[in-house]
Design a protein around this ligand. Structure first.
Ligand code: URA
Ligand code: SF4
Length: 207
C-alpha cells in the first residue's frame, strides 16, 4: 500500500483569487502545524505584483499578526527592497510553509525548520499564489525556499544572485534569508546586507 500523502491540494478552489485562497487557507489542516500555530499566515501583496519573494515560514511576530514579513526579518527585507529599487507595491511576499513551526525555549518560541512532509503539504498554496500573481520574477529567500522551488541540490552559498531556468516564472533567483543576516555578528552584518541588496538589485533591470 502506498502511504497516504496529505497535501492542501484538495482545498485549492477552481479559478482562485488571492482573496478566496486566503479565506480557504485560513482553515487548512493538511499538516499538523495548524495545531500549534495561531493562524495561517498567507502571502501578502498585490495581484499585479511583478516580483514574488518567498521565505521559509512565518515567524513569531507573523504568527501573531497574521501577515508575512512584519517582524525583524521583514523590516530588514523592506529596507533592502527599497535600497534595491523594488517598490513595496511591486512585491508580493509569501512563504513556503504558512504556519509558524516552533519549540518552546523558556518563555520564548524558537523557530523550527519545517520538514519535507510539511513543505509538501503546504506547497499547493504557494503554487496557487504563483498561478494567480504570475510574477515576472521569483526570489527565493534562503535554503528552504530555494530547495523547495529549485531542487534539493541548490546551494544558495554558491548560486545566489543568478537567474536560473525554471518553469515557475521568466526570471527565478535565490539569495540568503534576511534572518540569517540578523543572526550574523554585528561586524558581518553590513557586508551581508550589502551582498543581499546586490542580489536584489539584479531584479529591477529585468522588470
Ligand atoms: N521569516 C520568513 O521566512 N517569513 C516570514 O514571514 C517572516 C520571517
Ligand atoms: Fe495547511 Fe500549510 Fe498550515 Fe500545514 S502549514 S496546516 S499545509 S497551511
Amino acid at each position: 500500500m502506498t502511504p497516504q500523502i496529505t497535501t492542501a491540494a484538495p482545498l485549492v478552489p477552481d479559478n482562485p483569487t488571492l482573496t478566496s485562497l486566503r479565506d480557504v487557507a485560513a482553515g487548512c489542516r493538511a499538516c499538523d502545524l495548524w495545531k500549534t500555530g495561531t493562524q495561517t499566515v498567507f502571502g501578502g501583496g498585490a495581484r499585479e505584483a511583478q516580483v514574488m519573494l518567498v521565505g521559509e515560514q512565518p515567524g513569531d511576530r507573523e504568527d501573531v499578526s497574521g501577515e508575512p514579513f512584519v517582524g525583524p526579518a521583514g523590516k530588514l527585507l523592506d529596507h533592502a527592497l527599497e535600497e534595491a529599487g523594488i517598490g513595496r507595491r511591486a512585491a508580493y511576499v509569501t512563504n513556503v510553509v504558512k504556519h509558524f513551526k516552533w519549540e518552546a525555549k523558556g518563555k520564548r518560541r524558537i523557530h523550527k525548520k519545517p520538514n519535507l512532509q510539511e513543505i509538501t503539504a503546504c506547497r499547493p498554496w504557494l503554487d496557487a499564489e504563483i498561478a494567480v500573481v504570475r510574477p515576472k520574477v521569483i526570489v527565493c529567500l534562503g535554503a528552504t525556499a530555494a530547495q523547495a522551488l529549485l531542487g534539493k541540490d541548490f546551494r544558495v552559498s554558491r548560486q545566489r544572485g543568478r537567474f536560473v531556468d525554471s518553469p515557475l516564472a521568466p526570471f527565478v533567483t535565490a539569495t540568503v534569508h534576511p534572518s540569517s543576516i540578523l543572526r550574523g555578528s554585528p561586524e558581518s552584518r553590513a557586508a551581508e546586507l550589502r551582498d543581499f541588496v546586490a542580489d536584489l538589485s539584479r531584479v529591477p533591470p529585468v522588470l
